[in-house]
Design a protein around this ligand. Structure first.
Ligand SMILES: Cc1cc2nc3c(=O)[nH]c(=O)nc-3n(C[C@H](O)[C@H](O)[C@H](O)COP(=O)(O)OP(=O)(O)OC[C@H]3O[C@@H](n4cnc5c(N)ncnc54)[C@H](O)[C@@H]3O)c2cc1C
Length: 444
């Protein structure tokens, strides 16, 4: 699969690991989270080795829409209600600082990555009440938010929340430059981690600390991330030329779209669903129709899918992996907001690893329990997992190598998907997303 980013940036290749090594920190995964974490760890003076199964940026980061924003759908009112005002304030502050940190880095290192400051809008064509409350809460928490009725969209809206001073960029051009000074071994897959030994298919790296930035952690015990995280897939259509729309938009209505421009191209997003639960209607067909209606001058020039991890309470898991493994750390569960969240993770983990605390540790701690925020998702995730596991015992089922759930064919994305934890596989059986770490046999 290709995206606008994978087609337009070339990141110089790195050699695989040869033989055994020793280092202070191993980071597993060279996506946005892993590279930024390694970058800040190195700035703290630590010796860091990044191990990447495939290529830098070849995971979900290569297929994002790359909006850098602290506007994370309808989140602030919900967080205030379910986790309290202070947690909501710290969540917003960490992400807003992350947005600003990208700007600082890009200017300081003169990174050419089509970085543009722009506003982000959350809109509805049906209602304004919920958006007006979201804007009020976000502003009260200190974010650059306001309620508006005018946007740059080619249709009128009932209302929108505008966040000013947000940004968008080319994520792989950014990774190419920010990763340049790091020690990275590509095509080096981590098979298991035993205490301080990271065992790969090319050799063993001994490290004092290990960071799991592999998108979905592939180690089941300890941590139990499989019990507290699922994945959601979305579909993206690339249209050209579109000169009439600039900036970043996300709809909250049931059949709403996400928009962002990339020069004179438009990325249209739609069709979010739990991985393994594709809708009846083809999301690409729906988007094509919308594209033709809204931008009749434009042609479809590309399309792709991506998926991201969703946590029980909607806040990423960033911090120590488990009380049983104090020297392991994790950054996951970005809920489709992985640009700002990767920066939040990099700042928190690099600080924790050098032995200091941040004001955000508790908010993002994988050990937290926000029962009010998590209860509904915990029940539905548990039920989905039990259903998928029991379907996996039916003779002839195509099963996921991760935990044995029955895989489901997604005919729009042409992949086998696990409805339990979201692993997905190409038609030839090759793994395309974890937590599974191996492919499945080819099924005709
Ligand atoms: C459709 C869509 C649109 C999105 N748009 C936005 C957006 O506009 N703004 C935003 O903020 N977020 C967005 N996101 C979310 C964002 O793209 C992700 O959260 C982010 O890219 C995740 O980065 P990562 O580094 O955690 O994971 P990845 O980029 O997947 O990196 C993980 C890396 O780990 C490697 N790995 C895995 N297992 C192993 C192993 N065993 N050994 C070695 N390496 C391993 C993988 O190969 C991979 O390269 C979007 C998500 C979707 C689905």
């Amino acid at each position: 699969m290709k995206s606008i980013w994978t087609e337009s940036a070339r990141i110089p290749g790195r050699n695989p690991l040869t033989g055994n090594k020793r280092t202070e920190v191993v980071v597993i995964g060279a996506g946005m989270a892993g590279i930024l974490t390694a970058f800040y760890l190195q700035r703290h003076g630590l010796h860091v080795v990044v191990l990447e199964a495939n290529r830098i940026g070849s995971g979900q980061t290569g297929f994002t829409t790359a909006k850098i924003t602290s506007q994370h759908n309808l989140i602030y009112e919900k967080l205030v209600r379910t986790t309290g005002e202070e947690t909501a304030r710290l969540y917003g502050k960490a992400n807003q600082l992350a947005v600003e940190e990208y700007g600082k880095l890009i200017r300081r290192y003169n990174i050419q990555c089509h970085y543009e400051q722009t506003d982000a809008y959350l809109y509805s064509v049906q209602e304004s009440e919920v958006l007006s409350r979201e804007a009020e809460w976000a502003a009260r928490l200190g974010l650059p938010a306001s309620f508006v009725r005018e946007t740059g969209l080619p249709f009128s809206v009932h209302g929108a929340v505008r966040f000013t001073g947000q940004a968008q960029f080319h994520p792989l051009e950014f990774l190419r430059d920010i990763s340049a000074g790091l020690t990275i071994f590509e095509r080096t897959k981590v098979l298991k981690v035993q205490g301080h030994e990271v065992v790969t298919d090319k050799g063993v790296v001994k490290a004092e600390k290990v960071v799991f930035a592999s998108h979905y952690p592939f180690v089941n015990f300890p941590g139990f991330y499989f019990a507290k995280m699922y994945q959601e897939k979305s579909y993206v259509l690339e249209l050209e030329p579109v000169n009439s729309l600039k900036g970043m938009y996300l709809g909250i209505d049931e059949r709403a779209y996400s928009f962002r421009n990339a020069g004179d191209k438009l990325l249209l997003g739609y069709g979010s669903h739990r991985t393994g639960k594709a809708p009846k209607e083809n999301p690409f067909t729906t988007m094509k129709r919308a594209g033709e209606h809204l931008f009749p001058e434009a042609k479809e020039i590309g399309k792709w899918t991506a998926q991201d991890c969703k946590t029980l309470d909607g806040i990423p898991y960033i911090g120590p992996f488990s009380s049983l493994r104090p020297d392991w750390y994790v950054a996951t569960g970005f809920g489709k907001w992985g640009m700002s969240s990767s920066m939040v993770a990099a700042k928190i983990l690099s600080t924790q690893i050098v032995g200091r605390k941040t004001p955000y540790d508790e908010v993002f701690s994988p050990k937290r329990h926000h029962f009010k925020a998590a209860a509904g998702t915990l029940v539905s995730h548990g039920m989905q997992s039990v259903k998928g596991l029991s379907a996996g015992t039916v003779p002839g089922a195509v099963n996921c190598p991760h935990m044995g759930c029955r895989l489901v064919w997604n005919r729009y994305d042409k992949r086998w998907e696990c409805p339990c934890h979201g692993s997905s596989f190409e038609i030839n059986g090759k793994i395309s997303a974890g937590p599974a770490q191996q492919g499945i046999p080819f099924i005709d």
